[in-house]
Design a protein around this ligand. Sequence first.
Ligand code: BJ8
Length: 429
Amino acid sequence: MAEKYVEMWKNLEMDIEKHNLLLNGLGQYYTSAVLSQKDRPKKMDYFDYVVSEVHGLRIKELNDQRAQGKKVIGAFCIYAPEELAYAADATMVGLCAGADFSVPDAETVLPRNLCPLIKSFYGFKLNRTCPYFQSSDLVVGETTCDGKKKVYELLSELVPTYVLEVPHKPDTQQGKEFWFKELEAFKTELEEVTGNEITAQSLKFAIELINGKRKALKRLSDLRAKSPSTISGLDGLLIEQISFMDDVKRFTAKVNELCEELEQRTKEDVGVAAKDAPRIMISGSPMAVPNWKVHSIVESVGATVVVEESCVGTRYFTDEVEPKGESLKDMLWAIDEKYSKIPCACFTPNDRRIESIKQLAKQFKVDGVIYYTLQNCHDYNVEGVKVERALKAQGLPMLKIETDYTMGDAEQIKTRIQAFLEIIQGKKQ
Ligand code: BJ8
């Protein structure tokens, strides 16, 4: 891919040499972790193609649109209301934040004992190897965890950054009213950046567009509740990751096509894992592309990941925006309602998340939960205590894994997962 796009990357002021190193590493990792899987659905071809062009053709599409005046808004969190961006005729994309590649660069500025996701995104902007960052006209941050909040101050020195203030008790009336004002302010900011007014009509269109994407992802997720698994957890995760980068309409259509194939597989009883393979839920910190470590390990030892209770997973698509009227205000309130339900561990209390985990465990008939925390992510780490208590009450085992983006602990994690699976097998017998 490199040759074809060098000019474009140069125009985006990327570090070409470093970026080549990144692409080579990613290509090899993708081949060994993803392409090597057996019996993948045919419709995964499209998603493999997207990944092969994720720094190429997709970036060209975005920049061709920019040349015609359309803006690109980069984001890191599912609290950034993408409906508003699309209503302003902009495109929202997820920014690079899931690789260790950029962490050493970040550590020349940031403290080392910080969440790898935060170090990763800051490093990607610093070392100019993320074409999504380089193509963004505006980056949207949010006051969720402290690490992110403070790093956005530094990030704003490198790229125009707008920070949404998120209420930390979003379920309260006060929280909802506060968030409504933030949504109005973000709407104004987007109108200024894009030069386009957000109208009731454009917002309605955007809500339907994004609801369509969430519906397709939910359809795919619900299919993963069937046994045997018709698609690997790793492929399921990959699609959830791609949802933040690809063209929304095309992506939605392709996910629905894949679902049709999986429905057929279910009818024919075709699976990618053994019928009695332990069914695992991964719950915790989000896994941005190319963070495939835990899924790969779990599935390499004979279990199957059936659901991700994560922002790259169910927290993103469980609820839709459901306006109760046609006015702009009605729709903004519907966005307010939907986003207030995202059970991020940054919020307090966060009982909605515990309830959601219990419900997912039932729906997906899971045998155990792997609680995944990125190092120094205090919110998810501490909340793990309550999650473990709730699962214990349901008789479900939980394994807590705290890790970063390096592969140094892969063998150790594998050993722990194997021991966890033995406990599950023992319980089953
Ligand atoms: S809504 S989970 S996407 S904030 S892992 S950076 S919390 S220290 S990413 Fe998140 Fe939005 Fe919440 Fe979801 Fe901080 Fe934890 Fe790192 Fe995190």
